[in-house]
Design a protein around this ligand. Structure first.
Ligand code: COA
Length: 328
């Protein structure tokens, strides 16, 4: 039997520096018209040279704990979903735990790229089944611009940095959402379609400049095809196993990767555009942070009201994908 998993104090943070499409035309051969018409993206945020993913995580974690009215000492777990951790080890979650002075909490990262929020929700539900009194700080954070090759126009225009976090617990809380269900999948045979470098496959001697394998790579066309098919399928499967039709969903919040993917999935699921929330125009693809960042914004502008049911779905490197139903 699975426990109640409540999300509260959902907060988001994006670094101050904004790169517009016009800014990118100074770095690579592209145009605002090409980027906006193919992706719906106008601008994205970029962390400062002195910051890492854990710095963004700390900012959003403090906002979240403040909003939740929770002392750091009340936390039992810290989870961080990211594909752009500061280093392979220690985890962002451990670095964050240290910065928060969180004591001996269980802390670890989740590597599921853009599906990290959904994998994390599935995991927090399991942790809450084991310990219904747990208070889990769940942070989704990306520093993707660190792994962008600014001369690769097919990828550099798509991604941005950002963070979002919430507290997951089994107890009722003000402004909280209940996780109704979550479904996560993967297909490792397609792991070559999207990759973020920087791991042990990068073989450098001291003093070498980094090579192409350090950066993010993606086969755009092929990724697009799988993204549309798998997000549509997993939403249909999740709705079906909960005995729900799309009409029972008040707001659809898909992974903010690309407006054309969002429209194609919305069309296949038969969701009217006014029931789809998007902010990809101003953030680009922030991978694991994308959905919680959009949810936080949707709440703050009144697009999600108490009692509203929200369907979220994501797709990313792995390949991984999934969907979840949240009742606010
Ligand atoms: C990336 C994406 C927008 C590219 O659009 P596309 O129509 O497939 O474009 P292609 O890659 O086939 O390239 C078409 C042309 O545009 C060019 N091009 C690519 N990026 C460009 C850019 N930023 N500016 C100008 N031209 C660009 C290509 O070089 C190519 O030129 P050519 O025909 O002279 O060779 C699209 O494939 C996509 O959205 N994929 C999914 C990406 C995604 O969101 N992934 C994340 C999932 S988590």
């Amino acid at each position: 039997m699975s426990a109640t998993c409540r999300l509260s104090a959902l907060q988001a943070y994006a670094p101050d520096t904004v790169l517009s499409n016009d800014d990118l035309t100074k770095l690579t051969d592209t145009s605002d018209e090409w980027i906006f018409s193919r992706t719906g993206i106008k601008e994205r945020h970029k962390l400062a040279d002195t910051q890492n993913a854990s710095d963004l995580a700390l900012i959003v974690a403090r906002k979240t704990l403040h909003e939740a009215g929770l002392e750091v000492g009340a936390l039992t777990h810290i989870l961080a979903a990211t594909c752009t951790q500061d280093m392979l080890s220690p985890s962002v979650a451990c670095i964050l735990a240290g910065a928060l002075n969180a004591g001996p909490v269980m802390a670890f990262d989740i590597s599921a790229a853009c599906t990290g929020f959904l994998y994390g929700l599935s995991l927090t539900r399991s942790l809450l089944t084991e310990n219904p009194d747990a208070n889990i700080l769940f942070v989704c954070v990306e520093a993707l611009t660190r792994r962008i090759n600014w001369t690769d126009r097919s990828t550099c225009v798509l991604f941005g940095d950002g963070a979002a976090a919430c507290v997951c617990s089994g107890n009722a809380g003000k402004g909280s959402a209940v996780l109704e269900d979550v479904l996560c999948k993967s297909d490792g045979s397609l792991s070559g379609l999207i990759s973020v470098g920087g791991g042990t496959a990068c073989r450098y001697a001291k003093g070498d400049t980094v090579g192409d394998d350090f950066f993010l790579h993606m086969q755009g066309r092929e990724t697009y095809r799988h993204a549309v098919r798998q997000m549509t399928n997993v939403c249909e499967e999740l709705l079906a196993r909960n005995g729900l039709a799309m009409a029972a969903v008040d707001l659809f919040v898909p992974h903010q990767a690309n407006m054309r993917i969002i429209e194609a999935v919305g069309c296949r699921l038969n969701v009217a555009a006014d029931r789809v929330f998007t902010n990809v125009e101003h953030y680009g693809n922030t991978s694991a942070a994308s959905i919680p960042l959009a949810l936080a914004q949707a709440c703050s502008v009144g697009r999600i009201r108490p009692g509203g049911r929200v369907l979220v779905t994501a797709f990313g490197a792995g390949l991984t994908w999934g969907a979840a139903l949240l009742r606010f």
